[in-house]
Write a protein that binds this ligand. Sequence first.
Ligand code: AMP
Ligand code: ZN
Ligand code: FE
Ligand code: FE
Length: 270
Amino acid sequence: MKFDLHVHTDSSDGTMSYKEVIDLGLKQKLSGIAITDHDNVDSIEGAMEYASSLEDFKLIPGIEFSCVYQGEEVHILGYFIDYKDSSLLKLTEELKESRISRGIKTVEKINSLGMELTIEEVKSFSKGDFIGRPHIARALKERGYVDSVSQAFKEYLGMNKPAYVERYKIEVSQVIKLIKDLGGVSILAHPGLIRDKKIIDYCIDQGINGLEGIYPQHSNEDFKYFLEKARERDLILTGGSDFHGDRYEKLLLGEYYIGRDTIEKMEMIR
Ligand code: AMP
Ligand code: ZN
Ligand code: FE
Ligand code: FE
């Protein structure tokens, strides 16, 4: 049984709806997926309902919180969370609003660099109320200012690039605690993308439940390192494809996955 535990939909910066993603999961012979949109749970309720109408497909409610710690992106996945909790929904609303004002500031920076772009154009690449840098990158590509989304990040939107604007500050320790309070399991997303390994130990010391060792951009050495780290510190090792619909040329959903045993371990520690 295969489960892909890192999937984005169009409620954040993925390009497919939850229904399209689940249908694709079935086609890829997955037994289930976790939907883990950035900073929101808007797709979860509908996805849970849709999955329960199917014969044998497990939908795990999830979220991917975006933190910055010591100048690096630190993303924390929360699984099996109570996605209807009012304190969670209050926080996700705040995060969404701050993403909109950040989007406006980013567009202003782009304009001041001499490029024409409007927030409406950016919003046309999103379902509406969530703005992420990938939407801005897609709008820049449409305008012809860059040839690819990754070029937009490299030249303008990446950290310390001229159109970079910080996100709302949400602390690693606060997120780990929130996920626990929501009855969930916290996992450090794509730890191999974190340059300073001390940050990984910091997250473990803060009580994170596991590491996403299986990930498309991880090397074999990364995988072995996290596997050993998980053994050493008694953590769960998870994995997923970080599917965004169109992030890579080739289809990726279900190429990175974990088995039933990992799901059981996750359900046990809640
Ligand atoms: P944001 O949450 O608005 O700060 O945007 C960050 C998201 O953009 C990440 O979670 C990725 O999905 C995506 N991203 C980050 N860096 C790149 C890159 N170099 N190329 C393409 N997508 C990226
Ligand atoms: Zn994303
Ligand atoms: Fe991430
Ligand atoms: Fe992700």
